[in-house]
Design a protein around this ligand. Structure first.
Ligand SMILES: O=P(O)(O)O[C@@H]1C[C@H](O)[C@@H](CO)O1
Length: 294
């Protein structure tokens, strides 16, 4: 009998079929996979010689339902490096099973991707953070995971990875250092930070008491994505780098007039778009790869 909540929802063969379908339609053999956060879809426009697929046309793929997430998988090159970019990601609050949200990571891996760069919009809990800051993720707190909502729950297929993957090394330290170095060179020192991201289920934004609690627990930023993708990506052995754009300050004070809203999130994305693109594209050109295509 299939166990409850099984990750066998998409078997290895299903993922392989989707990857093979994509590989048959493009000559790009991506070594880097990029995931665009809310309002950061412009990252995909950096790719040259694009071959793009609407999610609705890709076998087994879910659909994007959130404003600011276009729903296209874009292949192309970034300064000569073959890349694939998700212009739109999936979230728990859209009603998808967690295995469905993270399916693209397994497909990335089967496409030959070695390194995943994930971006997200997040609320700043750290009182030193300002709107527009870019936070290099050094770690995460997976709140839904505490309640058993982990993308790896269910039968494990060893062809993807081991039953109990380590997460203390989830965020590649060399890539974090590379981001610091590139950020300094580009003159981004004033708004480049590092910190811990906490994922919640959403879609409601946090209460004041929740924000205070998360901050006390060690989170610097709060959002509704990324950590699940990181777990799935690490499970299948890809290197991970992630960053949060602080699009709003989490409301921590009962006297505050601030109210979190998705429009502000998208607007902040627009303001920082150029710098985000420059940071990511420069990092991609400086990374080391095993694949000879790169
Ligand atoms: O896909 P990300 O994590 O960037 O999206 C964040 C979380 C919610 O989907 C939305 C809230 O404005 O932005």
């Amino acid at each position: 009998e299939t166990p409850r909540g099984t990750s066998a929802m998409y078997s290895y063969e299903d993922c392989k079929a989707t990857a093979d379908w994509l590989l048959a339609q493009t000559s790009v053999r991506p070594v880097v996979g990029i995931v665009c956060g809310s309002g950061m879809g412009g990252l995909a426009d950096m790719l040259k010689d694009q071959v793009a697929f609407n999610y609705k046309d890709i076998p087994n793929f879910p659909q994007s339902t959130v404003h600011g997430h276009a729903g296209r998988l874009v292949f192309g090159t970034l300064k000569g490096r073959p890349c694939v970019c998700m212009q739109g990601r999936f979230h728990l609050y859209e009603g998808y099973a967690i295995q469905k949200i993270t399916l693209p990571m397994r497909i990335f891996s089967l496409l030959g991707v070695e390194t995943v760069i994930l971006t997200n919009a997040a609320g700043g809990l750290n009182q030193d953070f300002k709107v527009g800051d870019i936070m290099i993720m050094k770690d995460h707190i997976n709140m839904p995971g505490f309640a058993g909502n982990n993308p790896l729950a269910g039968a494990n297929d060893d062809r993807f990875g081991v039953r109990f993957p380590c997460m203390s090394d989830a965020y590649d330290r060399e890539l974090q250092q590379l981001a610091v170095d590139v950020g300094q060179e580009l003159g981004y020192g004033d708004f480049l930070r590092e910190g811990v991201y906490c994922v919640l289920g959403g879609p409601s934004f946090e209460t004041i008491a929740e924000c205070r609690m998360l901050h006390k627990l060690g989170a610097d930023a709060v959002g509704m994505s990324t950590a699940h993708e990181v777990i799935a990506a690490r499970h299948c052995g890809m290197r991970v780098f992630a960053l949060s754009l602080i699009t709003n300050k989490a409301v921590m004070d009962y006297d505050s007039e601030e109210k979190a809203n998705h429009e502000e999130v998208l607007e902040t994305g627009q303001h920082r778009a150029i710098q985000l693109e420059k940071l990511v594209s420069t990092m991609v050109t400086r990374m080391e790869y095993n694949n000879t295509n790169a």
